[in-house]
Unconditional design. Sequence first.
Length: 341
Amino acid sequence: MKTPRTLFAGLLALAGLALLAPATTARAQQEILNTSYDISRELFADVNKEFVPYWKNKTGQDVTVKQSHAGSSKQARSILEGLQADVVTFNTFTDVQLLADKSFVAKDWTEKFPYSASPFYSVHSILVRAGNPKGIKDWDDLARPGVTIVQVNPKLGGNGRYAVLAYYAYGLHANNGDHDKARAFLKAVLANVVVFESGGRSATTTFTDREIGDVLVNFESETLSLSSGDSSKFQAVTPSVSVLSEFPVAVVDKVANKRGTAALAKGYLDFLYTPEAQEVIARNFYRPRDEAVAARHVAQLQPVKALEVGPVFGGWEKAAKDFFANGALVDTLLKEIAAGK
């Protein structure tokens, strides 16, 4: 027969187990939020399917990776306004640097991961309708009268900024470095833009579903995925010259340290450099850093002349100031176009 003291001790033990159970579960299960650019939904959904079992096998921990997608500049502002992102996977350095300047991300964030914290890259490309009715072969065709373009607003997202820099870089390349002629070329192309969308996926929807425009300018990953398959209604045109589009990543230390997810957040970004993740990246039509993986996908990711932002434009900080700041070149040209000058 159990005495009251024995029963009391047993109840205490059970209570202790009950108290310990939630704590053990909390330690075993974690969740992070990957805040990314607009057209990376499918890419990171595929990455996450590989990462969750990889992390379980490595650490014994069950994890969930949630995703948030919008224009990269909008995402950066959302984090500053309170979005609890553990990691960012953006499409321009300036958007990560904004977070670093506000102490959300480490000041030396480009040194935290290989390739200046850019695990993969791309170029900007052109998508036209099947049969290429306007005969688009290169960037110069986008300046022709009567050609209509859909792209991302360069004031709202890195996708649009890369497009503008690609136009200007082509103008320089085609005119022996003449900046006046490159400016005139950029103006002619921008004059043909009929829709400046807020993000890459909304630009795609406008072109494919709403059937607006002769040309969609977007990351190569988007144009190749839309043009793949024999029955596609679209075809991709790879320009002769483009700008190297890098995809910087960082741990949002201010959030991850507070939430206790810093190790998981770093592990997630480290995973992007593994052969398994690089293969997923290539299958989604991005260009992997892993040379062996890249060699297996050379048929779909053909070599292209990709100019770097640093040598051509003096780096992202200068490019942002010269082209995209309030009152800079893009604003000036759009005002001239609106005024009919």
